[in-house]
Design a protein around this ligand. Structure first.
Ligand SMILES: [Zn+2]
Ligand SMILES: [Zn+2]
Length: 227
């Protein structure tokens, strides 16, 4: 059986204020580390964004997409699949959003004013896919936990920014609500070789492939970085 390796939660310095590798550097490092593809999920404007606030919405979205676009361009040269998503934040809780594009973001500045469950419902109505990222991460800046189990598609049960206990709690949460699980590294720089993500028994060439892998039990293993 053919096995494929993807990372579903990756940041770039073009768009994430806390990241320090460019999209191009990131794509190269993942290719060298043996991945078949990555999904770029930079912090949206309600998180640690590198995009200046004072610009018009369309300009901000264009800058926001640069990390992904640079990664994709590099990916096309070296044979690494690069897909688009983002990490949307509400009260310091994060929601990975997949399956919608730059044009959708340009058309919807109103997402900034929605309650988080309204946002998730809207994204899903528009054909997107929402994964609650690291739901039990412990950080000083997380003042409250936000769980919206009825309005997400899946839970990130393994995130390399958390420890085993936090990941175990995420798995428990997913099981409690019958939600499928996935995993991602939350890589912010590639100075060390990237780790984490998922192994699948099917190639992921689009976000609908990814959704099928998550919903259809096609994830063979969620990597915790200790392999
Ligand atoms: Zn970050
Ligand atoms: Zn992240």
């Amino acid at each position: 059986m053919e096995i494929y390796k993807y990372d579903t939660h990756v940041h770039t310095s073009e768009a994430s204020g806390c990241a320090s590798s460019t999209g191009a550097e990131t794509a190269l490092a993942y290719k060298e580390a043996g991945y078949d593809g990555i999904i770029i999920t930079d912090h949206f404007f309600n998180g640690n964004s590198a995009v200046p606030r004072r610009l018009p919405w369309k300009k901000r979205i264009e800058l926001f997409c640069k990390g992904y676009e640079n990664a994709r361009e590099q990916g096309e040269k070296i044979g690494l699949t690069v897909l688009f998503g983002w990490e949307f934040t509400s009260d310091a809780n994060d929601f990975l959003t997949y399956g919608l594009d730059k044009e959708w973001l340009i058309a919807h500045p109103d997402i900034m004013d929605m309650q988080i469950w309204e946002y998730a419902q809207f994204v899903r109505r528009c054909g997107g896919f929402v994964v609650q990222a690291h739901p039990f991460r412990i950080r000083d800046y997380v003042k409250k936990l936000v769980l919206i189990p009825n309005d997400v598609d899946a839970v990130e049960a393994v995130n390399l920014g958390g420890n085993d206990i936090q990941n175990e709690r995420a798995r428990w949460y997913a099981e409690s609500y019958d939600l499928p699980i996935t995993g991602g590294s939350d890589t912010h720089n590639v100075a060390a070789a990237p780790k984490g993500g998922i192994l699948t028994d099917m190639p992921i060439n689009s976000i609908s492939d990814y959704a099928e892998a998550v919903r259809g039990g096609r994830i063979l293993k969620i990597l915790d970085g200790k392999e």
